[in-house]
Design a protein. Structure first.
Ligand code: ZN
Length: 198
């Protein structure tokens, strides 16, 4: 897309490199920003800078965090005997948004995929196993219902079984092949409440 200004042109190029933003949306956003109040743009730029500078991974659950340990892991009101295993922080956010789950999480950083060369060492599986102690009552595996998500769930369940810790899998309701982050709250709540032993 050709713009009358080089700086706008650069902004459009950067924006169109973001996930889910095509050339047209990038141009619309860039023109909006060009015309927006300077203070509003500054707030946006500052918050992007802050994320880029400060964000790290929680050293317990591996979700994004401003501190070494995230707000959920360090919250005394959360039930530390339950760990929900998710593929990424967007899935974690989807579960947080329904407000039903009071335990803690573990973010794997993806799912097993031999095709893409993602094996157990590429995911935070060792780190999950290191968290499992006598104090853990249940591990809820909430990976996606794609082939990769199911393979990951089975793999982790097998590792945990000998430890005599209850392992459950979120129930159907999450469509086969569907991404958890795109599932509506009611379906997600049903999937959590209907989880089954595996
Ligand atoms: Zn955490």
């Amino acid at each position: 897309m050709i713009s009358s200004s080089e700086s706008l042109q650069n902004l459009i190029r950067e924006l169109s490199g973001l996930p889910g933003i095509g050339n047209k949306s990038a141009a619309r956003l860039a023109y909006y920003l060009a015309d927006a109040p300077k203070e509003k743009v500054k707030l946006l730029v500052d918050s992007i800078n802050k994320v880029s500078k400060n964000i790290k991974r929680c050293k317990v659950c591996f979700t994004f965090s401003d501190d070494d340990v995230c707000g959920i892991c360090s919250d005394d009101r959360r039930d530390k005997t339950k760990i929900m295993v998710v593929e990424n922080e967007r899935d974690m956010l989807a579960y947080e948004n329904i407000g039903e789950y009071k335990g803690v999480y573990h973010v794997l950083g993806g799912a097993l995929s031999p095709l893409l060369g993602i094996g157990p060492n590429e995911l935070k599986i060792k780190e999950l196993m290191a968290r499992l102690s006598d104090n853990i009552d249940e591990v809820i595996i909430a990976t996606n219902s794609s082939i990769e998500g199911e393979t990951t769930a089975t793999y982790i369940a097998k590792l945990i079984k000998p430890l005599n810790i209850k392992v459950t899998r979120i129930a159907s309701g999450v469509p086969v092949g569907g991404d958890i982050e795109n599932v509506d709250d009611v379906t997600l709540m049903r999937a959590y409440n209907g989880r089954q032993m595996i």
